[in-house]
Design a protein around this ligand. Structure first.
Ligand SMILES: [Zn+2]
Length: 194
C-alpha cells in the first residue's frame, strides 16, 4: 500500500513538473519572439487597415490580450523604464497599436529621449491618436490613447525636438513593430495569393 502511494506521488510530481516546463517554455516563446502572429490570430479586431472604432468589453479584452499588454492598455499601467526592446531600436518601419493594429508612429519620427521609453515627436496621423487630461499622481500630464481602440499608450510632453517640439513617451509593450522590408514582402505575398 505504501508503495502504491509513493508511485502515485511520483506520477503526480511528474505531471506537475511537466505542466511547469510547458508553461515556462510557452511564456519564454512569447517574450523571445514577441509572438505577434499568435496574438493577432486570437484577436478578431486586429488590423493594419480597418479604421472602424473598436468597442469591446473589459472582460473580452482580458481574454484577448496578453497580461502585460492588458495592464498597460486597459488599466493605464506603465511598463518599467528601459525594459522595452523598442526603446533603443533604430530599425526602419512602422509602429502599430499592439491591441488593434492601428498604425501609430513611423520610425523616422523616433528619437532617443533618454527617458526610458520609446519616444516619437509626431504620430502618423492626427486622427490616429486621442488625448486626455491626466492629473493622476499629482502631475499635470496629457495622456495619449489609440483613437481606434482607446487603449492607453503613454503621455505626450512639450519638451521634444523640432519640428513639433513634442515628445510622445510610449509604452513599448503596447506597440507592434513591422520592418519596412517585411511590410513590402507581405504586400507582395498577399497579391501573389489573390
Ligand atoms: Zn488600438
Amino acid at each position: 500500500m505504501k508503495n502504491m502511494i509513493r508511485i502515485a506521488n511520483l506520477v503526480f510530481l511528474g505531471l506537475m513538473m511537466q505542466s511547469c516546463t510547458y508553461s515556462q517554455s510557452s511564456s519564454n516563446k512569447d517574450v523571445n519572439t514577441m509572438d505577434n502572429t499568435v496574438k493577432k490570430e486570437n484577436n478578431p479586431v486586429y488590423s493594419h487597415h480597418d479604421t472602424s472604432k473598436v468597442e469591446i468589453s473589459d472582460q473580452e479584452w482580458q481574454k484577448l490580450l496578453p497580461k502585460d499588454v492588458y495592464n498597460v492598455a486597459r488599466l493605464k499601467g506603465t511598463e518599467r523604464p528601459w525594459s522595452s526592446k523598442f526603446e533603443k531600436s533604430k530599425e526602419i518601419g512602422t509602429y502599430y497599436c499592439a491591441v488593434c493594429g492601428n498604425p501609430l508612429f513611423k520610425s523616422d519620427t523616433k528619437f532617443d529621449s533618454g527617458c526610458g521609453w520609446p519616444s516619437f515627436y509626431e504620430p502618423i496621423s492626427k486622427t490616429g491618436i486621442i488625448y486626455a487630461e491626466d492629473n493622476s499622481y499629482g502631475m499635470e500630464r496629457t495622456e495619449v490613447m489609440c483613437a481606434r481602440c482607446k487603449s492607453h499608450l503613454g503621455h505626450v510632453f512639450n519638451d521634444g525636438p523640432p519640428p513639433t517640439g513634442l515628445r510622445f513617451c510610449i509604452n513599448g509593450v503596447v506597440l507592434d513593430f513591422e520592418k519596412a522590408k517585411e511590410t513590402e514582402k507581405k504586400y507582395q505575398e498577399q497579391h501573389k495569393q489573390s
